[in-house]
Design a protein. Sequence first.
Length: 417
Amino acid sequence: MKDNHETSGKMKGFSNSFNINTVSAGTLAAIFGCTGPALIIINGATNGGLTQAQTISWLFAVYFFGGLIGLFLGLRYKQPIAGAYSIPGAVLVAGGLTNFSLSDAAGAYLAAGIIVFVLGITGVIGKVTKWIPVPIVMAMIVGAMIRFGTDMILSVEQAPLVAGTAILVYLFSTRYIKKVPPILSAFLVAVILSISTGQFQVQEMDSAFSLPQMLFPTFNLDAIISIGIPLALLVIGAENAQATGVLMAQGYKPPVNAMTIISGIGGIVTSFFGGHNANIAGPMTAICSSKEAGEKQGRYASVIVCGVLFSAFGLFAGVVLPFVTAMPKVLIGTIAGLAMIGVLLNSLQSAFAKPRFQIGAFFALVIAMSGVSFFGVSSPFWAILGGIAVSLIIEKVDFATISNDQEGQGGEDEISA
């Protein structure tokens, strides 16, 4: 009887987590992930000379398995940990496809997945994460994601009616309408205005269901060095680091090692379909973990919604892609910026509220904002390294108190139930 009552209680709590807040946040995160990022993959595949079937297979791999990652981690840890793929990684491998065959590139993806998996299973990433000062991580989050805020303002310049009205609706909804998430109200108004002004433009693409194609990776040392190693660093130093920082800023205890292990497995599996990786998604985790997703304990439901939509998009990419990509960029940019307000505010407060690691946090902020890339690795990774290096030089005494700052960080890391 006790087991039945416990099961009933868990199911009730699970169902109660699905509400207008979590569903809208998860849907918006999925829309964000299935629009602009999907076009990066399509453009990269076109420039790399891939066939339509190979392109659809790539999309299937990263979206279907990325969605499954979010479903697994959300249900296992009851935290809003979204799964998708590395957007900078897509840019990286798009360039690599012009120099290597798809099978050689897939071999590099497989190598990257193995590297990430080994770093996770050995616990190295978890130990390193606990040593990194929280203010530096939070400053990196602000620098890496501030572009969502600036893109929102630029959208007002490009489409003042759609973007400006969406922002006003968000502000007035926040003030006067308590039962409906303001981000949902802003999104619906923006969609209506975009349609009425003719800004929805369906791409000229063949729309048909296509089965994914499996391939056998081949190993090319040059491809592994040029694509595999930088891709592994991007997964760990960009996406996973961003997601970990976002979750910490929202008061969660992210399972860092488990997130790394799952990201490694995702990279290994997707390589057999020509996909560059499936891992933790920084921006989508930020949307799903924000205050817009409702009460903290139930926000993981938004990741379930996002994961289901991502996996469905992967399965039916050939059918739905032309319609999803019809959404104007200004609409997506505006809504994404509004969704990031809470994340950016919390991260800023965590980065600069205390007098410790201030100079290191400042350098982490500006490095991440700069968008610099060295050796194919994007700015979030270098922001953390640069911030730590500066603090070691100028603020070395602050490291003596780091254990207090990190107390309680890193939740349960076991993957088994």
